[in-house]
Design a protein around this ligand. Structure first.
Ligand code: ATP
Ligand code: MG
Length: 354
């Protein structure tokens, strides 16, 4: 199982949208995918069509070690399982304050499921507290969604600093693998400037041992698309809501690029594995912004609590065989934000909102 933490302490940058739609694309292509809602806002749970109020179990129970991971997951779509969240998760941080080893509870909980899924995507809360530390301790890779506006890089150094501390002290395998530009408005000049800044920053790290030394800006960006904003209200993935819109096209491509990196012996020039078209679902209405305000809350999807079967054909994951498909163009500058500090300091961060 490849565990990917989708993390940015900035609020509203596209973390949940990215987890839902990349997971849906991977699952539709045949991978066994489990997604973890690690945000007390429970947006991932809602986006997949489940009301958090009726959730009696989930990530809180796993974190407080009152239940096993596989007994808490729900089959939401073919090949797609969810560890849901509810508001109880707010209390987990303070309840665990005196628990020794509290940063690695999720990692331990996932141990026995390593062979049962191909991918685990963790939707992190917009903070760098204990929940995010657990996600980083459990993860192999970090995907950072970034909304390229003028404050995009504020806090980016702090995020990387936290990842570096977890890498040094808890999880030596942790790597920042991808930056995904989300809610991208190609008509403005700023997004391209932000992209260039990030490229420069990443290039500076290429010959170091830091966990983002091999990070790449995914060569697809997620365009701003009203359908992506509407789909959560219906409890649908973008492929169920409007499979031919730009949002579906972009997320399908992003999932293909991610999946291709974990295929053994991919020749450098090979095309990424094509993720098959997802079955038609009734399309949403037109891009009528006004309708957003009248959308009702999603009705729960029927979800059966079916633990997955043991793996018969796991995705071949071999770090040495992966083929980074992306060329980074520019040469780096400096990052002034990375300063030494303790893990405990990161826990006091408040979420950014924008
Ligand atoms: N490409 C896009 N185009 C238009 N709207 C988008 C796009 N991506 C996400 N959104 C919308 O922007 C809002 C924030 O997205 P999302 O919830 O995925 O961000 P987040 O980082 O998970 O937020 P939080 O930090 O609160 O968890 C949501 O209303 C979502 O529907
Ligand atoms: Mg979210």
């Amino acid at each position: 199982m490849r565990t990917i933490a989708v993390l940015n302490q900035k609020g509203g940058v596209g973390k949940t949208t990215t987890v839902v739609n990349i997971a849906a694309a991977l699952a539709a292509a045949g991978s066994r995918v489990v997604v973890i809602d690690f945000d007390p806002q429970a947006h991932l749970t809602i986006h997949l069509g489940l009301e958090p109020q009726i959730v009696q179990f989930g990530s809180y129970q796993v974190l407080t070690q009152s239940a096993e991971f596989e007994k808490q997951i729900l089959l939401m779509r073919p090949n797609l399982w969810l560890l849901p969240a509810n508001i109880n998760l707010v209390g987990a941080e303070s309840e665990l304050v005196s628990v020794v080893g509290r940063e690695t509870i999720l990692r331990e909980a996932l141990q026995s499921s390593q062979d049962k899924f191909d991918y685990c995507l963790i939707d992190c809360a917009p903070s760098l507290g204990l929940l995010s530390l657990n996600a980083l301790a459990a993860a192999d890779d970090v995907l950072i969604p970034l909304q390229p506006h003028f404050l995009a890089l504020r806090g980016f150094g702090k995020l990387l600093q936290t990842i570096e501390l977890v890498n040094k002290r808890i999880n030596p395998n942790l790597k920042v693998k991808w930056i995904l530009l989300c809610i991208f408005d190609g008509r403005a000049s700023l997004p391209n400037e932000v992209r260039a800044d990030v490229e420069q920053f990443l290039d500076k790290a290429r010959r170091t041992n830091c966990p983002w030394a091999q990070a790449q800006i995914l060569p697809v960006h997620i365009r701003r698309n009203i359908k992506l904003a509407e789909a959560p209200s219906y409890g649908k993935t973008i492929f169920e809501y409007e499979q031919n819109c730009h949002g579906a096209e972009d997320y399908r491509k992003a999932a293909e690029l991610i999946h291709a990196q974990f295929q053994p012996s991919t020749p450098p020039d090979a095309q990424p594995v094509t993720i098959s078209e997802i079955q038609d679902q009734p399309a949403g209405d037109d891009e009528n912004q006004e309708q957003l305000s009248t959308i009702s809350t999603p009705s729960p999807q029927p979800a059966s609590q079916v633990p997955p079967q043991p793996s018969t054909q796991p995705v071949g994951v071999d770090e040495n065989q992966t083929q980074p498909p992306i060329e980074i163009k520019s040469i780096p500058q400096s990052d002034s934000e990375t300063q030494s500090s303790e893990l405990t300091q990161t826990k006091t961060d408040q979420p950014d909102t924008n």
